[in-house]
Design a protein. Structure first.
Lengths: 143, 143
DNA sequence: TCCAATTATGGAATGAGTCAATAATTGGTG
DNA sequence: CACCAATTATTGACTCATTCCATAATTGGA
C-alpha cells in the first residue's frame, strides 16, 4: 500500500537527502532508521535507539537531523497537545488517533480521501497546504 | 450566532464554575475575562492582562485557573505545533486556521457540520470524543 | 464564628528544545 | 592527491513554558 514515501530503503534516503541539497551522513541515516523502526517516537527515544546503533551521537545531532529531515519532507513531525514532538517516516496524507489515557498514537487514513480535508469551510484568504487532524479518544486497552 | 457557550457573562461563568464544583474566585473570573477579551492568547499574555485588571496575581494562579477551567469545559486549550498553549472561550465545535509565517490563528467553523468530523475512516476500537483540526497555511497579510 | 477544604502565593525544579562556539567531516577544485 | 571552503557534529550553556512543593490566605458550610 505505501511505497517509497513510507518505506524508504537506505539508498532511497541517501538520494532524498542529496536531492534536498543535504549531505548524507551516518548520523542522518541512523536517525532515519530509528524513526522508521519506531514510528511516533520522540527525540529522546530516537536518541537512545541511534546510540545503540552508532555508539555515540550528540543529542544536538539528533535534533538537527530530525529538524532538517522534517523541513525537507523526509520525515514528519507531529506534536499532539501535552506530548513532546514525535516523528514518523510516513509522509503521505494521513491523520492520527490519540489516546487520552496512555498517550498511544496510531496512524489513521484520511477520512475523506486523497487530500480533500484541505477544503475548509471558508479559507479566509489563507493559502492552505495542510490539514492536521488528531482524533482524541480512549484506546481499546484503556477502556 | 454563538450564545452561552461562547459569550458567557460573568454571572454565567460563576454558575458554570459552581456547577463544576469549583469555587468562584476573583482570579478565575478575571482569567476568564482575559481569555474572552483576547482569544487565542497564551498564558503569559493572559497573565499580563489579568494583572492590569486585578493588580496582582501569581503566575501559578493563572496557570491553575486555565487548567481547571479547561478541564471543566469552561474554556478550551489549543496547542498548535511550535507554539505555547493558547486559550479561547469558544467551546463549541470549531477548528482553527494557522499561519505558518506569523503565528496568527483564527477560528473556522467545522467543515462538515454538526460533529461529523468525529467519524474517522476506521476507529480502530477507540472511543473518539474529539476531532482536532488545524489547517496550516499562509494568511493574506503574509502572502 | 469557626474549621476544614479549596485556592493562591512564591520559589525552586523539570523537561524539551535552542543557541553559540569549536571541532570534525565532506566533497569539489586545482 | 592534497587543499579549502562549506557543511555537519559536538559540547555545554541557556531559554522558555510549565509543574511541583510548601506555606499562606480565602472560602463557604456547620
Amino acid at each position: 500500500m505505501e511505497k517509497s514515501a513510507s518505506n524508504r530503503t537506505q539508498p532511497d534516503v541517501s538520494v532524498a537527502l542529496k536531492s534536498a541539497g543535504l549531505q548524507v551522513t551516518a548520523q542522518r541515516l541512523a536517525v532515519y532508521r530509528a524513526v522508521q523502526i519506531s514510528p511516533h517516537a520522540m527525540a529522546d527515544e530516537i536518541c537512545q535507539t541511534v546510540r545503540e546503533d552508532l555508539g555515540v551521537i550528540s543529542r544536538q545531532a539528533v535534533y538537527d537531523a530530525l529538524n532538517t529531515m522534517s523541513e525537507n519532507g523526509l520525515i514528519r513531525r507531529i506534536q499532539p497537545a501535552g506530548s513532546p514532538a514525535r516523528y514518523e517516516h510516513r509522509v503521505d496524507n494521513h491523520h492520527h488517533l490519540a489516546c487520552r489515557r496512555c498517550e498511544s498514537l496510531i496512524d489513521i487514513d484520511c477520512a475523506v480521501g486523497e487530500a480533500p480535508c484541505l477544503t475548509a469551510q471558508a479559507d479566509h484568504g489563507y493559502i492552505i497546504d495542510e490539514a492536521e487532524v488528531i482524533y482524541w479518544g480512549i484506546c481499546p486497552q484503556c477502556q
